[in-house]
Write a protein that binds this ligand. Sequence first.
Ligand SMILES: *Cc1c(COP(=O)(O)O)cnc(C)c1O
Length: 366
Amino acid sequence: ELLEITDRILADLPRVARTGGKAAIYIGNGHAAWEAALANTLAAGDLVLVLSTGRFAKGWGQMAETLGLRAEVMDFGTAAPVDADRLEARLRADGGAEVKAVLTVHTDTASSVRNDIAAIRSALDAAGHPALLMVDCIADLACERFEMDDWGVDVTVSGSQKGLMTPPGLSFTFHGARAAEARARLPRVSSYWDWVPRTEPEIFYQKFCGTAPTHHLYGLSEALTMILEEEGIEAVWARHRVMANAVWAALEGWGAAGPLRCNVEDRAHRSVAVTSVRTGEADAEALRGWCDREAGLTLGVGLGLDGPAAGSRTEGLFRIGHMGHLNPPMLLGTLATIEAGLKALGIPHGDGALSAATTVIAKAGS
Ligand SMILES: *Cc1c(COP(=O)(O)O)cnc(C)c1O
């Protein structure tokens, strides 16, 4: 049974990432897939260009440095996507193709910025630059449309615990032909991270470099059935867009007479998987505390985006996660609970937020 489930998962995962390339499964969290992607494509001393729109691409770049790679960060702030023109200019200036890979995230889970991966690919192409394009799609695979092959992505990494609705503990790399060539050029890759035996095994245990993570595989198998067979991936993406629109409608309603704002002003650049909320002078930790204590609702901590506090819990920021297994009662319950917290704490807010959110849901269902 396990052999069959594993084969099905390995066939289904690329359908979710929309690639004809190969999926490797690692028993580890997202950080494991970060390391696997780097270990299979790059050698010590290679330069990677890190496109930062929050915290997560930087984290990937820092890991690259611990592997002996050199990382150059291009910082695009914490509320806007990668500027493809700036990227193109940087790559044009790299006539000797010193940059071996461009690392970026689809959704930055701290800022809730979503990057336009096709535009980033176009920048590489316009500059005629051969660097690999590697995308962290951990936060929003199976939430947001992601087209690995159509967008020209060479390596995608993801994890089990977000849009894929499975407990943390599995992560994935997806790679296409150019990444496979980069792997083939390396003199050696740690046998644990090497994606070759995992994707072209001679014997079953090589798929996991050891014992299979049986329970996670059962969970993931069910999640993939739900996504691909029962709901359909296009419908999954559409559902997440409706849920995100409802969150944003509520935030507009609250923000009409108070300090709450989406961190990302332009809807076109917001992730449908998570929304980072700025609370201005209002105390985000007090609101999180109230929701947790009084209602059992856990809101996401603000992952420090501003200067020296980065990495710590910041005061004026919290996050609403709306990824994965989510339906209107769960989401509307969340929004209504937040509103109760705003009332209880005397945080100023506009009146029409919940009505606006229910209107979004109503229209989507008609
Ligand atoms: C969650 C997340 C990670 C890290 O995943 P872990 O499973 O915690 O290692 C990396 N990148 C992004 C974009 C994420 O959302």
